[in-house]
Design a protein around this ligand. Structure first.
Ligand code: ZN
Length: 348
């Protein structure tokens, strides 16, 4: 695909290297300890172990690919964590994003595929069944009626409390959920059931964009074969990691501490501008800033070959130009010796 892109060469300008972005992610492996979640028909496999494995793989990928992101886990081993505590962990850490990972089940062996939920009030019967099952765990907690303000997971009326929610983060949550479902379409669990809304207690009190993803059905033979293998779990984690990268890039291109527009209409005369007809290429982003940097700015650490693209009010500085993601990844560790938070981007 050919797209017109405008590339600017570096020019002396006031330096401001304050970067802000997606700094903290909370990964929540559902269930744990005395709460197994759903089980395979032969009881050999349990949701709690599958999701923990996926979450640990996912966390490792993100830690490696985004050293600028702090990854917090609600659990890293087989322990019971109350639902409210999971949200509290995210809130305490001032997380920018929350992902709760689960496995689905159905009395019928037919339903299969992945689906991703955001907190919402459109409680269809089917979605009610999923949220009822995922919320039921609170009955294993002491004082659950007090703690959850009289919430009864089995009663549809209880779900009315969710309609009182301010959906401050619903737009971003839905966006992230869509990225996840788009990535899932690449397999191994190809059947996508879409982005949905339902009332999940684990998302209820989080104060950041949050999703609950059901990676497949343990009650379906086809999904089960993928869910219980190391390879299947790694691929699912890969999809989630890529969805995270997409979301992070999108988030950072829209989030600027000072909303003051950069001054693209007021460029100095000595600016050299090239307009090229180019194909999409890969590069290594080293930072994104609100103002242009001088080519000798200390933040660039002598890399005069750094280029930037101006996108959504931000100057994204990058190195290199590669035809494939793999080529870029080969250079990444070298670049990270100077720029810890560098990561691979697509420029189109
Ligand atoms: Zn679950």
């Amino acid at each position: 695909m050919c797209i017109i892109a405008t590339l600017f060469l570096l020019l002396p300008a006031e330096a401001s290297s304050q970067t802000e972005g997606l700094k903290c992610l909370v990964l929540d492996a559902g269930h744990g300890g005395r709460d197994s979640g759903c089980l395979s028909k032969d009881k050999k496999y349990s949701e709690k172990n599958i999701v923990l494995s996926v979450v640990l793989k996912l966390g490792k990928m993100i830690e490696e690919e985004h050293p600028d992101v702090k990854v917090v886990y609600t659990r890293k081993k087989d322990v019971f964590i109350p639902l409210a505590e999971r949200a509290d962990i995210a809130n305490r850490n001032k997380a920018d994003l929350f992902i709760s990972v689960h496995v689905n089940a159905n009395p019928s062996t037919v339903p299969r595929g992945s689906e991703t939920f955001t907190m919402g009030t459109h409680v269809s019967d089917r979605n009610f069944e999923v949220s009822k099952r995922e919320n039921a765990v609170i009955k294993m907690e002491e004082d659950y009626t007090t703690k959850y303000e009289g919430f009864n997971p089995d009663s549809p009326e209880s779900y009315i409390i969710f309609s009182l929610l301010q959906n401050a983060y619903s737009e971003q949550s839905i966006k992230f959920a869509k990225f996840i479902q788009d990535e899932y379409a690449k397999g191994p669990v190809k059947h996508g059931r879409g982005v949905k809304q339902a009332g999940f207690l684990v998302l209820w009190r989080t104060t950041m964009p949050s999703v609950l993803t059901e990676i497949g059905f343990l009650s379906n033979q086809e999904d089960l074969k993928i869910l219980v293998t190391e390879q299947g779990q790694t691929k699912i984690a890969r999809r989630l990691a890529d969805a995270f990268t997409k979301y992070k890039e999108d988030y950072e291109s829209h989030n600027s501490l000072d909303k003051e527009p950069a001054e693209p209409n007021n460029e100095p005369e000595d600016k050299i501008e090239q307009i090229e007809q180019i194909d999409q290429f890969y590069a290594i982003q080293i930072m994104a800033v609100n103002k242009k940097l001088a080519s000798d700015a200390p933040d660039l650490k002598g890399r005069r070959d750094a280029r930037y693209i101006y996108q959504d009010g931000r100057y994204k500085y990058y190195l290199g130009r590669y035809n494939t993601r793999e080529e870029a990844l080969k250079e990444l560790s070298e670049v990270r010796k100077s720029f810890k938070g560098a990561f691979v981007i697509v420029i189109k």
